[in-house]
Design a protein around this ligand. Structure first.
Ligand SMILES: Cc1cc2nc3c(=O)[nH]c(=O)nc-3n(C[C@H](O)[C@H](O)[C@H](O)COP(=O)(O)O)c2cc1C
Length: 156
């Protein structure tokens, strides 16, 4: 089974900080968690419950986010992800978003990824359904490698 490294870099009792370049949200159905696990990359999970210590990003990251409900995009971004992105440091460090969803939702397919990409002015890099296919896993892994290489070249 692919490793799913979710170990926090540091916990100070009030926040959990992470140096992972991949951050994701997944509800109790855990489709997104399974997909991220198949990537075999270090990844950090946005906490599910308000009582959990909030997650703080320390490094640039790509966000993987499932869409929940809503029509015309309204109410599509999980509230846990809104809370995470309301932290100015987390918002400053996002570099791209990968949307998870279900094509049964037609026009609202992966709407949360579109909304976050527009609000944070970052690219919506990829969309996949449910827990993703082996092809999605390959394409996302190759895409992330290229994306981070390009970004590091731009910063030079
Ligand atoms: C109540 C509910 C509403 C959903 N709304 C949408 C939607 O508007 N657009 C979409 O693409 N997927 C939608 N989905 C599908 C989820 O995004 C999809 O099942 C995803 O894999 C869930 O990820 P998770 O199990 O990691 O939380 C919805 C699923 C549920 C249960």
């Amino acid at each position: 089974m692919a490793a799913l490294a979710t170990a926090p870099a540091r916990t100070d009792g009030e926040t959990v900080s992470t140096r992972s370049h991949l951050i994701y949200f997944s509800s109790t159905s855990e489709n997104t968690r399974r997909f991220v696990g198949k990537l075999g990359r270090d990844a950090a999970r946005i906490p599910l419950y308000a009582k959990d210590a909030p997650l703080l990003a320390l490094e640039p990251y790509v966000l993987v986010v499932p869409t929940y409900g809503g029509t015309n995009g309204e109410g599509s971004v999980p509230k846990q992800v809104i809370r995470f992105l309301n932290n100015p440091q987390n918002r400053a460090l996002i570099r791209g978003v990968i949307g998870a969803g279900n094509t049964n939702f037609a026009d609202n397919y992966c709407a949360a990824g579109d909304i976050i990409a527009a609000k944070c002015k970052v690219p919506h890099l990829y969309k996949f359904e449910l827990m993703g296919t082996p092809e999605d896993v390959d394409r996302v892994n190759q895409g992330l490698d290229k994306f981070w290489t390009l970004l590091s070249q731009k910063q030079k």
